[in-house]
Structure formats: C-alpha cells, structure tokens
Write a protein that binds this ligand. Structure first.
Ligand code: 13P
Length: 252
C-alpha cells in the first residue's frame, strides 16, 4: 500500500510570521491525521522557524529546490546538507517554474536528484508537458525524456526513496485541472515506464502525485484514480482551510 502524500508548494509566498500563522492553523486542524504524509515547502527564510514549529508533529518539511554541491563558491545556492541541517526531509526538484524561468535542464535536475538522495533527502521530482507539447501529441515523449534523463544513472534501490509529481504546465495556477482521466493516463504511463526501466518493486511502491490547480473540490476524484497517490498543491496550500480541506478530502 502506498501512503498518500499531500504536499504544499508555497512558491515565493509568505513572510516568516505569515508562514508561522499558516502552519499553526494546519497543526491545529490536522493533528489527528496519520493516514496521509503531510508536507509543507515554505520559502528558505522560513524553513528554520517552521522546522521548530513542526518538531514531533505529523507535518514534514520540504525545500523548493536544492543544489548538487555540498558547499563552496556558489552564490545564491543551497546544499542538501544545509537543508538536512535545517530539518528538511524532502526537496522539490525540476519544478516547471525552475525549468522555465531559471533554465534548469534535465541534466541539472539529474544532478540535484542524485545529490539530494546521497544526503538522505527525498526528492519530489516534477515532470510535465506544456500546452504546446500536449496539443502536438508529445505528452508521453516529453514525460519519458524527463524521466529517463532526470533519473539517469540512479540505482534501483535509490529510486525507492523518490516521489514523482506529474504537473502538466497548462494546469499550474490556471484553474484548469487535468481531468482525473487525463491525469490517470499519464500516471499510468509513468508507472509502466518504472516497471520497464527500474523494477516492479520500484513501480509498485513509488508515490506519484498530481499537481496543477488541485482544490478541495477536485482532490477526491483525482485520488480515486489507481495511480494517483497524492497531490502537490500550489495556490490552495497558501490558505489553511483550503489545504486542510484537501488533506481531509484526500482520505476517501
Ligand atoms: P497550483 O496548485 O497553484 O496550480 O500550482 C501547482 C504547482 O505548481 C505545485 O508545485
């Protein structure tokens, strides 16, 4: 059985005090939920305070990116060691906004994934096609390339510690969610790719999250699909009651 994951990607939002307020609300409302792995990914400046706040709770901490070197002259970057040090268990890697605005490539995503795994962080590895690619019927080609290049050279055992997020770019922040069937089609494709290229064991145990305009009102239907194991939530994770609603409605 794959434990469902609901992760909030706060993107570049919230000051430290706003982050604390949000997490206090989540702690109050979600205290009894053990059946879902709940993750929040605040901005770097809030990580330390949020880490202290969620110690011994059922909420876990993730970062929104990670560099592949441990330390050194890399102005503006942050290493896996530093993220572990502040209490992160997860790191989002290869988000489409990083690929689009900061020129991250499949190759640099691969380095980040390897470095995160080496340090014991669980990567939340994002893949997904643009609207143009979907309309040109290239969705599975794009996702296949992102998977094979992003996971290139990784041992099968390492892949057991990975989470994949399928986020169609056209559904991010647009209010246009993929239909449960559209999402399931690609989730199923990703799982078959894992069977062929990794192993049955990896494919069976790895969680595949859907991301793109997830809300309280659509999470239930998405979670009913065979290969959807949770969600990576942007906008709706910035408000305590909507994120709580998503977590609760994901329970089926
Ligand atoms: P929205 O939920 O705002 O569409 O964002 C999805 C996303 O990019 C999560 O990483």
């Amino acid at each position: 059985m794959r434990k469902p994951v609901i992760a909030g990607n706060w993107k570049m939002n919230k000051t430290i005090s706003e982050s604390i307020e949000l997490v206090n609300g989540l702690k109050r409302e979600l205290i009894d939920i053990q059946e879902v792995e709940i993750i929040v990914c605040p901005v770097y400046t809030a990580l330390s305070d949020i880490s202290d706040l969620i110690v011994d709770s059922n909420i876990f901490l993730g970062a929104q990116n990670v560099y592949w070197k441990t330390s050194g002259a890399f102005t503006g970057e942050i290493s896996p060691l530093m993220l572990k040090d502040v209490g992160c268990k997860y790191a989002i890697i290869g988000h489409s906004e990083r690929r689009k605005y900061f020129n991250e490539s499949d190759q640099s995503v691969n380095k980040r994934i390897k470095a995160a795994l080496r340090e014991g962080l669980t990567p939340i590895f994002c893949v997904g096609e643009t609207l143009e690619e979907r309309e040109a019927n290239k969705t599975t080609d794009v996702v296949k390339r992102q998977l094979s290049e992003g996971l290139e050279g990784l041992e099968k055992e390492a892949l057991l510690n990975l989470i994949i997020a399928y986020e169609p770019v056209w559904a991010i922040g647009t209010g246009k969610t993929a239909t449960p069937e559209q999402a399931q089609e690609i989730h199923g494709f990703i799982r078959s790719w894992l069977v062929e290229n990794c192993s049955e064991e990896v494919a069976e145990s790895l969680r595949i999250l859907y991301g793109g305009s997830v809300k309280e009102t659509n999470i239930k239907e998405l979670m009913q699909q065979n290969d959807i194991d949770g969600a990576l939530v942007g906008g709706a994770s910035l408000d305590s009651s909507s994120f709580v609603g998503i977590v609760k409605n994901s329970l089926g």
